[in-house]
Design a protein around this ligand. Structure first.
Ligand SMILES: [Zn+2]
Length: 557
């Protein structure tokens, strides 16, 4: 009996040492390990586990990824863990045949080079509906790519911008292929599918299929087998964003190149809505992840989340996308995370972004890809369509007609950054749930305006264009205005400006505020400008009278 006990103790030690070795091997070769901890132990040690990346929970266990630093916190705190099988090595998925050109066959994963050429090919096959963007090149040489789609993608049509992005966790590859399939579907069905046509005609669509190429192609450009969650520096990109509650660098890491590329994109494109595709569960996860306070638009979030999950359920075998019974959840109610992209986009960029977890299996067998496309694409289209609804319009200067960058705030409703801003062209888009709202428009240098009792209904849009009056407009400037004469108006070749008081400078702008001409003309009462080269249209002349500035609208024919 005693000998048996000694044997058991030794067996335990050997197993433990070999588990430890295996952990070290994995940390050496992959930079990350996949482990689980008993639910009650995880809850008890929640603070000590803050460096780990929560992945999912079952009835009794919580699953995490850990890099070397995070893993040492497990050892230092003597927390019992179980080493789990690496999700991206559970099955070997088939890669696309190198020799075969990619052509609507979606039952294999592309190599990195194929991905790059597929993206280029979409843009070259559909030059008017699809534009290629390299958002940034990583140190590895791999690129963060996006395609911009619409009915006329080379012309700014002042439409709301929408972003789909996937696979910032490199081993969650389903959304990567689904995104490519979605691009193809939008392009191929423009003339045959009314919903596709409506979305392409009314939305500025951006799709980034692969947010973490270094993780996905961890073992090399020719295979996604063995993909890692983390990027090349073993950082979880979905913990690397500024956080509404925890501030900058909540994970203690510098912003990774991938993070910076997305923050730059969100700075340059005023996205109204977006979604971030993941895998490991089947559920829609809406804000916030970082705190328990529900979002101002909770009823809208439940509406779009439920629509997504219900539609996916209706298009799939029973049991798909039914986590929490409904298939959707508030992020914090599932599991709190900080530094996530969803909260960053909502809080700092005023963009409505949710997370969709597309499949329980991360590296889904290639034979399942087409089925998941069937489950998901009606939901993906519906969610995109939502960006066209709610309240929208244009904010302009009441005197010059120039676009105004204004805050659009729903009174007694907005908080936690749920208000939106008009873009550089003055256009704003405010998705919102059915209701009656008071809307306030405000901008620096302008008198605020409130529109009361605006009725909004789901699946339609209300247009409210508004003019804001500059705060400086006074009797005085109206008097000044009367001292200026511009003729002829409309003008063809020469535009004459005469003034009862001396002018300092004259500038000409187009209606979106771009400066076309500027002349300093100190102390003159009259000036003639050659406008013969201007295209026909409306222009704004700005005249500095030293005593004040006057704007006049002119027409050139
Ligand atoms: Zn993920």
């Amino acid at each position: 009996m005693r000998r048996y006990l000694v044997f058991l103790v030794m067996l335990f030690l050997v197993l433990n040492i070999s588990a430890q070795e295996s952990v070290n091997n994995q940390l050496d070769s992959r930079g990350e390990v996949y482990i689980s901890i008993l639910q009650k132990e995880a809850i008890k040690n929640q603070e000590k586990l803050s460096l780990l990346s929560f992945d999912k929970n079952t009835n009794d266990r919580v699953f995490f990824y850990a890099n070397r630093k995070a893993f040492s916190s497990i050892i230092d705190n003597s927390i019992n863990y179980k080493l789990e099988s690496i999700p991206s090595l559970l099955t070997q998925v088939k890669m696309l045949d190198n020799a075969k050109q990619f052509s609507g066959v979606w039952n294999a994963y592309p190599t990195y080079d194929q991905y790059d050429s597929i993206m280029h090919k979409f843009a070259s096959d559909y030059p008017n509906m699809c534009k290629f963007h390299n958002l940034g090149t990583l140190a590895s040489g791999r690129k963060i790519l996006a395609l911009q789609l619409g009915d006329s993608v080379n012309v700014n049509q002042n439409e709301p911008s929408f972003l789909y992005t996937s696979t910032m966790h490199g081993d969650e590859t389903v959304g990567y292929v689904i995104s490519l399939r979605l691009i193809e579907y939008l392009l191929e069905n423009y003339n045959t599918n009314n919903q596709v046509k409506y979305i392409m005609d009314n939305v500025d669509i951006w799709i980034n299929p692969l947010g973490n190429p270094d993780g996905t192609y961890h073992t090399g450009n020719s295979s996604v087998n063995g993909a890692t969650r983390y990027n090349i520096n073993n950082v979880d990109l979905n913990r690397n964003y500024p956080d509404p509650e925890d501030g900058p660098h909540p994970d203690g890491n510098t912003y990774q190149a991938e993070t910076q590329i997305f923050m730059d994109l969100a700075d340059s494109i005023n996205f109204t809505m977006s979604a971030n595709m993941h895998s490991g569960a089947e559920v829609v996860n809406y804000p916030w992840d970082t705190w328990s306070q529900l979002p101002a638009d909770n009823n809208w979030w439940v509406y779009v989340s439920k629509m997504f999950a219900d539609t996916a359920q209706a298009n799939s075998p029973s049991g798909y996308m039914t986590k929490f019974g409904t298939g959707y959840t508030n992020g914090y109610q599932w599991y709190s995370i900080w530094g996530g992209r969803q909260d960053y986009m909502n809080y700092f960029k005023h963009c409505r972004e949710f997370v969709v977890e597309l499949s329980n299996v991360k590296l889904l067998a290639e034979s399942q890809l087409q089925a998941h496309w069937n489950y998901l694409h009606p939901s993906l289209l519906n969610y995109m369509e939502e960006v066209t609804y709610g309240i929208k319009g244009k904010v302009t200067d009441s005197i010059t007609g120039f676009a105004v960058k204004a805050k659009v705030e729903i009174l007694n409703h907005d908080f936690d950054s749920s208000s939106v801003y008009s873009n550089d062209s003055g256009f704003y888009y405010r998705p919102i749930f059915t209701g009656i709202y008071d809307i306030k428009y405000s901008a620096i240098g302008y008198k605020s305006k409130v529109f009361e009792l605006i009725t909004v209904a789901n699946s339609i849009y209300s247009v409210i264009d508004i003019e804001l009056a500059p705060e400086t407009q006074s009797l005085n400037s109206i008097e000044l205005n009367n001292k200026i004469e511009i003729f002829p108006n409309p003008a063809k070749d020469i535009l004459s400006i005469s003034s009862e008081i001396k002018m300092g400078s004259v500038e000409i702008y187009n209606t979106i505020g771009a400066l076309l001409y500027s002349q300093i003309i100190s102390d003159q009462y009259k000036v003639n400008l050659d406008v013969s080269s201007y295209k026909s249209g409306v222009y704004i002349v700005k005249i500095d009278l030293k005593a004040g500035i006057i704007y006049k609208k002119i027409i050139i024919q």
